[in-house]
Design a protein around this ligand. Structure first.
Ligand SMILES: Cc1cc2nc3c(=O)[nH]c(=O)nc-3n(C[C@H](O)[C@H](O)[C@H](O)COP(=O)(O)OP(=O)(O)OC[C@H]3O[C@@H](n4cnc5c(N)ncnc54)[C@H](O)[C@@H]3O)c2cc1C
Length: 431
């Protein structure tokens, strides 16, 4: 047995870890093991990637490139390959993954199972929109090819690993002129300015995202928008990736607390508030947190909760205002508070998170009951607004909020693999 945790470090749980390394043998191995769950890089924050007391199929050994068509930008690879490795092979050849999350240390299989989104949802949708096919191994020993439009495809994209283990994937990449982005940074004073900037940027800017100061009642923040560019040979203004730092130990208490947060947020806003244009390499722009390895340790031994919701656009502004007020009143704040709009796109997966609207992501140090009460208050706002929470980040959402947020759940359940289960599926789906 091995103790495994997820990114939120809310606990260490014993698992039997079985490494998958031969994609052609996975179906046979699953038939033999049963009652397991695929595990990628464990970059999900809560219990979606955990199966305490049971088997975890470590998929990171499935890390081979299989074929790359440089003319059409089609990549076939194993599902345990990390996004960083895909990018490092493809970007120098003029192709890039069309959707990437805030860290590049995630596997292709994990990206499909949570149907992850990036900063360009308004133009590119989510990861599943760019998957042409995948092979899915199930615990009955079968290996099926799944393609867009098929029920097992729609169940497995955003399917939380519960429909089988993805072994091989074909992806459609996006043409890029190189690794550089032209990035504009603009401050906003309140939420209405944020929505005006988002509306004005969506047609012409491929990537948009913002940091919001959740301790400032008005909801001020910093908006960033970016487009891929051919930077030519002028590298004088370019921000390249730097060598990552690391947090070497877990401090005895969370370093994120009201005393540290208020001055941090004020300082960050004032440092960034000048309008600025810069050239940035895609790595620091898409994955700024990868520059500090093990940054999740700063929350101390009790770990932290990440809370990410999406709210319909029509009620989003009001609901976000109420959430920020509630957080400011609680005296506990979020260090990483990200606000961004999603595009008007129908999600591919039955349980995909991204839907048309606005999404807010927040981190809270785990202070036990006090934090759970705050999150329950935020749940009430999300429920009332007709929104939903992101399972990749969740460790505690109530069943009623899950069921009201994910209306295609009844379609999904019959397509689950009965030999697969996770801490999250037992908590939210009863098995
Ligand atoms: C710093 C940081 C920033 C992030 N930013 C974003 C963001 O911007 N957008 C976003 O959407 N998410 C974001 N995330 C969340 C992250 O992208 C997802 O949790 C992702 O799914 C993690 O992939 P993983 O390989 O670590 O998978 P895990 O966390 O190990 O597993 C996630 C799920 O995938 C399943 N799974 C893994 N491999 C397979 C497989 N081969 N076959 C079938 N199922 C499989 C697991 O069973 C589990 O249900 C971020 C996470 C971090 C830590």
């Amino acid at each position: 047995m091995v103790a495994v945790t997820s990114w939120g470090r809310l606990g260490q749980f014993e698992h039997r870890l079985h490494r998958l390394s031969d994609r052609l043998q996975v179906a046979a191995q699953l038939k033999h093991d049963r009652y397991g769950l695929a595990y990628g890089m464990g970059r999900s924050y809560g219990d979606v990637c955990l199966n305490p007391g049971g088997v975890l199929w470590d998929a990171t050994g499935l890390d081979r490139f299989i074929a790359f068509d440089e003319h059409q930008g089609r990549l076939v690879c194993e599902a345990g390959l990390q996004i960083r490795d895909v990018q490092r092979l493809c970007v120098p050849r003029g192709w890039m993954l069309p959707v990437v999350p805030g860290t590049q240390f995630v596997t292709v299989g994990g990206a499909i199972a949570n149907d992850i989104h990036g900063k360009n949802h308004h133009q590119a949708g989510s990861f599943g929109d760019h998957v042409r096919r995948f092979s899915l191994a199930r615990t009955d020993g079968s290996l099926s090819e799944c393609r867009p439009g098929e029920p097992l495809f729609a169940a497995s994209v955003g399917g939380l690993g519960l429909t089988g283990v993805i072994t091989e994937v074909e992806l459609q990449l996006k043409r890029v002129p190189g690794p550089w982005l032209s990035v504009e940074t603009l401050p906003y004073r309140d939420l209405s300015e944020f929505f005006a900037l988002a509306d004005a940027s969506e047609a012409d800017w491929e990537h948009t995202v913002s940091w919001v100061d959740c301790l400032n009642g008005a909801g001020r923040g910093i908006f960033m928008r970016a487009n891929s560019v051919d930077a030519g040979s002028d590298d004088s203004r370019m921000r390249r990736p730097s060598r990552p730092l690391s947090v070497p130990v877990v401090p005895p208490v969370s370093l994120i607390n009201p005393l540290s947060l208020r001055p941090f947020n004020a300082l960050y806003f004032h440092l960034k508030k000048a309008n600025r244009t810069s050239l940035q390499h895609y790595e620091p722009f898409f994955h700024p947190l990868d520059n500090v390895l093990d940054w999740n340790r700063i929350y101390g031994p009790r770990g932290f909760f990440q809370y990410q919701c999406v709210l319909p656009r029509a009620v989003g502004q009001e609901a976000i205002r109420s959430m920020l007020k509630r957080i400011a009143r609680s005296g506990t704040g979020s260090f990483l508070a990200v606000l961004k709009t999603f595009g008007d796109r129908h999600p591919v997966g039955m349980l995909s998170f991204a839907m048309p609207g606005v999404t807010l992501a927040l981190d809270f140090p785990n202070q036990g009951e006090r934090t759970l009460q705050l999150l329950a208050a935020l749940d009430a706002i999300v429920r009332e607004a007709g929104g939903r929470l992101y399972m990749a980040k969740d460790a505690r959402m109530p069943v009623d909020l899950f069921e009201s947020g994910y209306s295609r759940l009844p379609e999904f359940l019959p397509l689950r693999d009965p030999g697969i289960s996770s801490a999250m599926s037992r908590r939210l789906m009863g098995s």
